[in-house]
Design a protein around this ligand. Structure first.
Ligand code: SAH
Length: 359
């Protein structure tokens, strides 16, 4: 078999037909068993599979020709086979230490990832698609349109890139970058498994954020993963939600919440509800009360996200008093609540600001 044949690796299934036409599946995202089968196919001893796995995931090697434990001859033979790493096209650091990356993929598309360091954690906010088709009214990514789903290796690569750049192990991953992860479930689940088993991040430290796609939350639950599910609710009722989120027209809030209840039943894990706070739109104490009523008896947590400004929308972020008043109503109603003050605002790297821009 020729050095370029890597056919033992499963070629990823896709939800959309617009995948790049890469004839050699990249090695990144493959398990140790798959890599062992591949080296075997190349006429190499099985232990080379474990070595390859270590070099790809732990050492973060970018080219097979750099794996010094392999023979010179074999390295030359396989030098052109892609591992599946992207290039850093642009990098900017916000004053709070958050780093935004523009990564260039093999087909030239650019995506954004964000590295968010805190005292004890290094969190990566990963993209799941190039652009996003959901077109939520307050989100910069949606305004830029949609190109394609990301493949499994393109998701895992974002985490390895941040790990390499920070010279520190990534502890948490949030699927809150560009795109709607549940429109890309095959690659999402493949990436979750690889981040867990290959990169070594605990499933409970992985969070998938979704605006809600019919039947997909149930589908995710059936995989019995231990990841955290965050649902972008953003409104306490259907009328208001429809104004902000176009997809709410065809997937009403009642159906979404019913599916979330199923998720809790199947997985035994609570759901986190994200609620963007837009001044004068959805931030009245009455909205908080309505939200609390809707979530009563639900094993959940509400994460309030004060709006991060984007150019194409003229929403405003509520002031502190207003935010705290909203929090208070939820607390009085015994709803677990936290406020997410997004990091990276100055680098346009905060929630909803991700678009391919250099700032
Ligand atoms: N498609 C996924 C991930 C989106 S980004 C989802 O909808 O959940 C993560 C969160 O940031 C979502 O809750 C999203 O609605 C929110 N967000 C989008 N634009 C924002 C903005 N301008 N300010 C604050 N949060 C925003």
């Amino acid at each position: 078999m020729s050095a370029k044949s890597v056919s033992v690796l499963p070629s990823p299934k896709t939800d959309t037909p617009q995948q790049p036409n890469i004839s050699i599946p990249p090695l990144l995202g493959a398990s140790v068993e798959e890599l062992t089968a591949w080296v075997h196919d190349q006429g190499q001893p099985a232990y080379r599979g474990k070595q390859l796995h270590d070099w790809i995931y732990q050492k973060g090697v970018r080219s097979l020709s750099d794996i010094s434990v392999f023979s010179k001859q074999w390295r030359a033979e396989v030098a052109e086979i892609p591992i599946g790493r992207s290039k850093i096209h642009y990098r900017s650091v916000a004053p709070d230490g958050t780093v935004k990356y523009l990564l260039q993929l093999a087909d030239g598309q650019i995506i954004e990832s964000v590295g968010i360091p805190t005292e004890k954690r290094l969190t990566v906010c990963v993209s799941s698609q190039v652009g996003c088709p959901m077109a939520c009214d307050f989100c910069a990514t949606g305004k830029g349109g949609y190109k394609r789903n990301l493949a499994r290796h393109e998701i895992v690569d974002q985490v390895l890139t941040v790990q390499e750049d920070f010279q520190q192990r990534v502890s948490h991953v949030v699927f809150m970058g560009m795109g709607e992860p549940l429109l890309n479930t095959d690659h999402l689940i493949g990436a979750i498994q690889s981040l867990n088993k290959d990169v070594g991040i605990g499933q409970r430290n992985l969070t998938v954020s979704t605006v809600g796609i019919r039947d997909r939350i149930r589908q995710l639950a059936q995989h019995q993963l231990q990841v955290t599910l965050a649902v972008s609710l953003h409104a306490p009722n259907q009328t208001l939600r429809e104004q902000l989120i176009p997809s709410a027209h065809s997937y009403p809030i009642e159906d979404l919440l019913a599916e979330c209840r199923e998720y809790v039943e199947i997985t035994g894990r609570r759901v986190s509800f994200e609620y963007i706070l837009l001044a004068g739109v959805n931030d009245f104490p009455e909205h908080a009360l309505e939200l609390a009523k809707r979530l009563r008896g639900f094993q959940s947590h509400v994460n309030l996200i004060p709006y991060n400004p984007i150019e194409e929308a003229d929403y405003k972020r509520p002031n502190q008093n207003r935010i705290q008043a909203f929090v208070k109503v939820l607390q009085q109603q015994k709803i677990a609540v936290s406020v997410r003050y997004s990091r990276g605002l100055e680098a346009d790297a905060a929630c909803g600001q991700l678009r391919v821009s250099k700032k």
